[in-house]
Design a protein around this ligand. Structure first.
Ligand SMILES: [Zn+2]
Length: 276
């Protein structure tokens, strides 16, 4: 009897220590989120994004990247305008004068350095879509696992070229994805702006839940009025994706942070400050 209970205790302690080791492998939860300045620009004609509304009016745009510290490691959402634009005195002018002339007041590299993160520390990343103001620095992280919708990855570029380097490690998605398996960082498939556009739901311990829009909407008035930009790949899919995000905001009591909305970004803390 005495022997049996001793064995039971031994087995029990073995089970407990195995469970602890397992938990160490699968640490969960987001610890903090930094908003990085990944571009600032001026749009020539805002009606490009809101057909029939505000014709001929110019508007200031911003462009953000978001760096997330998860218990299992760093995750980067969007990479912004290429860092090389920082050295262009007049910025990067678009071929369509109604579009955005972008500048890079700060590089992504310098902002990572300021918070003590090396590019090689970032093991996983995702981009909302493959327009140039979102993928400008993907190859600063050549070994980071890239999460992208298959529909976006397979979408031929304007010149028929692939959207990403073939050798970049990639996980192709066909729908939503719980990145760390704990529900704290979830890629939401929100097609329409492009064939495989995606948004990101992040659960922060104190701030609560936030949806990072990508370009599901470009600024708040377009979101509030469900306006679809003329250049979008698919109008009906865009509208359905906005409904999907609205459902998440309601269900999870989440905030919507709109990537290009300057008025909203002016109210948010930028790196090196962070949200937890
Ligand atoms: Zn954009």
């Amino acid at each position: 009897m005495r022997f049996a209970s001793g064995l039971t205790v031994t087995l029990l302690s073995l089970v407990v220590s195995l469970a602890a080791a397992h938990a160490e492998d699968r640490k969960s939860g987001v610890e903090k989120l930094y908003i990085l300045n990944c571009g600032e620009g001026v749009a020539g004609d805002i009606s490009r994004w809101s057909p029939g509304v505000d014709e001929g009016k110019s508007k200031d745009f911003v462009d953000n990247c978001y760096l997330i510290r998860h218990a299992q490691g760093w995750f980067l959402w969007d990479t912004g305008i290429p860092d090389a634009v920082a050295s262009m005195p007049n910025g990067l002018a678009p071929s369509d004068p109604k579009a955005v002339t972008w500048r890079r007041p700060k590089t992504l590299a310098s902002q990572l350095e300021q918070i003590g993160v090396k590019p090689s520390d970032i093991k996983a990343m995702a981009v909302s879509h493959t327009h140039p103001d979102h993928i400008g620095n993907v190859e600063m992280f050549p070994t980071a696992m890239l999460y992208v919708q298959k529909a976006e990855y397979d979408w031929p570029g304007g010149d028929g070229q692939p959207r990403f380097k073939k050798e970049h490690p990639v996980t192709l998605l066909e729908g939503d994805r719980d990145v760390f398996g704990d529900g704290s960082v979830t890629i939401l498939s929100t097609p329409g702006h492009t064939p495989g556009h995606q948004s990101l739901l992040v659960k922060l311990p104190k701030t609560g839940e936030v949806v990072l829009s990508g370009d599901a909407a470009h600024f708040k008035s377009n979101w509030d009025n469900r306006r679809v930009p003329a250049m979008n790949f698919n109008k009906d899919e865009t509208a359905a994706s906005m409904d999907k995000i609205a459902g998440v905001l309601t269900k999870d009591k989440a905030q919507l942070w709109i990537n290009h909305d300057k008025a909203q970004r002016d109210t948010l803390k930028m790196a090196p400050e962070f949200y937890d």
